[in-house]
Structure formats: structure tokens, C-alpha cells
Write a protein that binds this ligand. Structure first.
Ligand code: GDP
Length: 291
């Protein structure tokens, strides 16, 4: 379920996370590898107040691997360790407890020096709706414990889930709101399904996606739908609409009278994109790599 965020929700979400932060040692900031900045909470630094953290780029199976590598370097340059994972298949999720140990190394060493047995490192996963928090918790726990669905107001007894012998994870993730500051960010989020189509017009989202794919991933788009004509001028909306219509015809999205049903076509486009059927793609590249 996608939440519509209002100032009241944001304040409450923030308060809930800050309550949880008191209990934990390490934050696992989960971002969508296809759009790490747009899927990042705009106030995250302020909210985390210097807690040790790692950035985990989820859904890396859907993202362009070359671009994901650039994001890893980008965050490294910002002083934060980042790495890609695929929570659905479990790829690299074990790097999370390993990285937690690295972040916590000094404290563990101190405990050992005092002759104490180090206690388990306590972690919290935070991220925007739909980024894969529950999937990751389940994957790390090795069984189904985290409830899926996002209800920031719901409070229930919190539990620690053991991840191996050296880490524990809070079973309820911290749910954050995405950026809302510009339309482009909204479209990117909507393409991945992080914002429901009820909020943004589905045909506009599919138009944005097709324009983007035409510009950066034309070959995969063309191959998937056996497209015949690449738009010459991406700034001419009609040319993009023609691509959408060709896709609609290929998928049988035709209204009575023979016209292409653009709404239905848009649904097909977004479903196939989100399922990775149009190949792997990233919706954002770090600015420093574009210059
Ligand atoms: P949450 O709202 O952050 O808890 O997100 P969920 O865990 O409910 O995941 C949202 C959707 O993304 C679900 O359909 C998951 O199956 C899917 N998902 C989560 N992680 C991955 C991943 O690494 N790769 C892919 N392809 N899908 C994922």
C-alpha cells in the first residue's frame, strides 16, 4: 500500500524512527538502485543524527549494473559505504551483517579489551514504501516474520530478529517519505511503482518512461516490442505517443473503432518495465558522472 504523505504523517514517521534509533547501533538505509537519490528521504541526515549507517541499493537485479557501480562510488565519495543487493533472491544480503561489523569494529574491540563478551549489533532498516524493506527483513531472517504493507501509525510489539550470531534486526522497519520536490522525481518514483498511479496520471507516467527508455535504452525497448521507428526528436510529444501507440497495437490494446487504448497501453508498459521485462535500466545517473 502506498501512503499519501502529509506533514502530519511525516512528523509521525520521523518521531517513530527517532524512537527506534535509541535502541539501535547501525542504520541500514535502503534505496532503490534504479533511482537512489529520488528514493532517498530528503531529511535523512537530520533524522539519523549521525548514527552509523550503510546504504544498500536494493532491486539491483532491475538496475543497469554499470550505473549502479557509479552510485556505489558516488556514495563512497560522500563517505558512506554502499553496495547493491537483490533482496528477492538474496544476492549479497549477507554483506549487511558483515558491513555492520566493520562499522562497529571499534566498539566491539573496546568491549573485548575490557574482557566483555561483545553483544549483538542492533540494526534498523529504513526506507520509503515499496523499496523492499519487508522483503529484506524476511530474507535476512530466513523466514516470514515481517508484515508487508505500510501503516506508519500502527504500533505493535517490536521484536529482535537474530541475523547469525553477531547481529540483531528490529522486525519493524522505519518507513520514510520520498522526495516530493519536483515533478521529474515524482515521475521516476511512479515508474518504479513507489507512487501510485492514482496520484499521477498513468498515461503521463508511461509517456515519461517511454521517452526516457527511447533516449537511454532504445535497443532494449525496440527489441521487446519490435518497434519500427525511433523518434527523431524527443521533444516532440507526438513522436513519443507514436511509439506508445505502436506498443499498444503490438499488445492488442485497441478500442472499438480501431484506435489504440492509451490508458491500457500505459498499464502494459509500466507492468512490463517494473517486472524487468524491458531489460535492466536505471532512472538516474550521478551528476558527477554526467559532466
Ligand atoms: P516495503 O514496502 O519497503 O516493505 O517493500 P516490499 O518488501 O513489500 O517490496 C515491494 C515490492 O518490491 C514487492 O513486490 C517485492 O517483491 C519487490 N522487491 C523487493 N526487493 C526486490 C528486489 O531486490 N528485486 C526485485 N526485482 N523486486 C524486489
Amino acid at each position: 500500500m502506498t501512503i499519501q504523505w502529509f506533514p502530519g504523517h511525516m512528523t509521525r514517521a520521523r518521531r517513530e524512527i527517532q524512537e527506534k534509533l535509541k535502541l539501535i547501533d547501525v542504520v541500514i538505509e535502503l534505496l532503490d538502485a534504479r533511482l537512489p537519490l529520488s528514493s532517498r528521504n530528503p531529511m535523512i541526515d537530520e533524522i539519523l543524527q549521525g548514527k552509523p549507517r550503510m546504504i544498500v541499493l536494493n532491486k539491483a537485479d532491475l538496475a543497469d549494473p554499470a550505473v549502479t557501480e557509479k552510485w556505489v562510488t558516488y556514495f563512497k565519495n560522500e563517505g558512506i559505504t554502499a553496495f547493491p543487493i537483490d533482496a528477492s533472491n538474496g544476492t549479497r544480503v549477507q554483506d549487511i551483517p558483515a558491513q555492520a561489523k566493520v562499522l562497529f569494529h571499534d566498539k566491539i574491540q573496546k568491549q573485548l579489551n575490557r574482557g566483555m563478551k561483545p553483544r549483538a549489533i542492533r540494526g534498523l532498516i529504513v526506507g520509503i514504501p515499496n523499496v523492499g524493506k519487508s522483503t529484506l527483513i524476511n530474507r535476512l531472517a530466513g523466514r516470514n516474520i515481517a508484515a508487508t504493507g505500510d501503516r506508519p501509525g500502527v504500533t505493535k510489539g517490536q521484536q529482535w530478529i537474530k541475523i547469525g550470531t553477531e547481529m540483531e534486526l528490529l522486525d519493524t522497519p522505519g518507513i520514510l517519505w520520498p522526495k516530493f520536490e519536483d515533478q521529474e522525481v515524482g515521475y521516476r518514483l511512479a515508474v518504479t511503482g513507489a507512487i501510485k498511479e492514482q496520484v499521477i496520471n498513468i498515461e503521463d507516467v508511461a509517456f515519461f518512461a517511454i521517452k526516457y527508455m527511447t533516449q537511454y535504452y532504445w535497443d532494449t525497448l525496440q527489441e521487446r516490442f519490435e518497434l519500427t521507428k525511433k523518434p527523431e526528436d524527443l521533444d516532440v510529444p507526438d513522436e513519443i505517443v507514436q511509439v506508445m501507440e505502436e506498443i499498444g497495437r503490438k499488445r492488442g490494446c485497441i478500442m472499438s473503432g480501431g484506435r489504440v487504448d492509451l490508458e491500457k497501453t500505459s498499464g502494459v508498459i509500466l507492468r512490463e518495465l517494473r517486472a524487468g521485462k524491458m531489460g535492466r535500466f536505471s532512472l538516474e545517473v550521478p551528476l558527477s558522472f554526467m559532466l
